[in-house]
Design a protein around this ligand. Structure first.
Ligand SMILES: O=P(O)(O)OC[C@@H](O)[C@@H](O)c1c[nH]c2ccccc12
Length: 259
């Protein structure tokens, strides 16, 4: 069984509990209207989605000392285009409270990073003040991905559609995903390779689809590499969470677009 399989089994339980306990519309958080697509497509620099991630199955504990609201404010003031908040608890030590706490203090789009398998998680994301949800192609069959995609759209949310190989890229195109995240980390083996972005980026029209390269970004040369491949945004977790000087980290990674 892969780690993704294990996570999905836990998610089934979480969703069952959520359906019993959560009444959509009950979470009250500040709401911000923000379109990640438009903002990233028009930027002159590589847009950075800075992630809040205390721990992960591949790295174990990364940094559990941060205060999400404080970290969110710093991300925004350093120039983050958006903030990703992991809300999975068993594997990533995140919570919906983290997301709400960040929403209270920032105006940039917020991505609810979780393993979405049911509409009720999308309701909850919206209620908590998220602007974007994650859909992982490897997690569900096409029909279900399409249903959740359409549902999120109807709620006025953006969707980051995550792919890792050619097959999943085809699914993204079939669904008509406008924001595609190419994950350089294989969720089944944890192997990270920036060549994944180079291989898959060619398959979309970069004037229509917003490409985000996800995972494994540490240095300027990493960003330059995925930028050359066609990415307009990057999703950075560990490097942000371990940074002792976020201002400097952002200055290094926010490379200009164009030549
Ligand atoms: O910490 P990194 O290597 O910068 O990676 C960030 C992000 O891409 C990663 O957290 C991620 C990508 N897809 C996911 C799906 C679920 C959980 C986490 C993720």
């Amino acid at each position: 069984m892969t780690i993704l399989d294990k996570i999905l089994i836990e998610k089934e339980k979480e969703v069952a509990a959520l359906k019993a306990d959560y009444q959509p519309g009950t979470l009250q958080t500040k709401k911000v209207n923000a379109s990640l697509y438009k903002q990233f497509m028009e930027a002159d620099y590589i847009s950075i989605i800075a992630e809040m991630k205390r721990a992960s199955p591949s790295k174990g504990l990364i940094n559990d000392g941060i205060n999400p609201a404080q970290q969110g404010q710093i991300y925004q003031s350093c120039g983050a285009g958006a903030i990703s908040v992991l809300t999975d608890e068993p594997f990533f030590q995140g919570t919906m409270k983290d997301l709400q706490a960040v929403r209270e203090v920032v105006d940039v789009p917020i991505l609810n990073k979780d393993f979405m398998i049911d509409e009720i998680q999308i309701d909850r994301a919206k209620d908590a003040g998220a602007n974007v949800i994650l859909l992982i192609a490897a997690a569900l069959p096409l029909k279900r991905l399409d249903e959740l995609y359409q549902y999120a759209k109807k709620q006025g949310l953006d969707i980051l559609f995550e792919v890792h190989n050619e097959e999943e890229m085809k699914v993204a195109k079939t669904i008509g995903a406008e924001i595609i995240g190419i994950n350089n980390r294989d969720l089944k083996t944890f192997h990270v390779d920036l060549a994944t972005t180079e291989r898959l980026a060619d398959q979309v029209n970069p004037d229509e689809v917003l490409l985000i390269s996800e995972s494994g970004m540490k240095e300027k040369k990493d960003v330059e590499r995925v930028k050359r491949a066609g990415a307009k945004g990057i999703l950075v977790g560990e490097t942000m969470m371990r940074s002792a000087d976020l201002k400097e980290t952002f200055d290094i990674l926010r490379v200009p677009l164009g030549e």
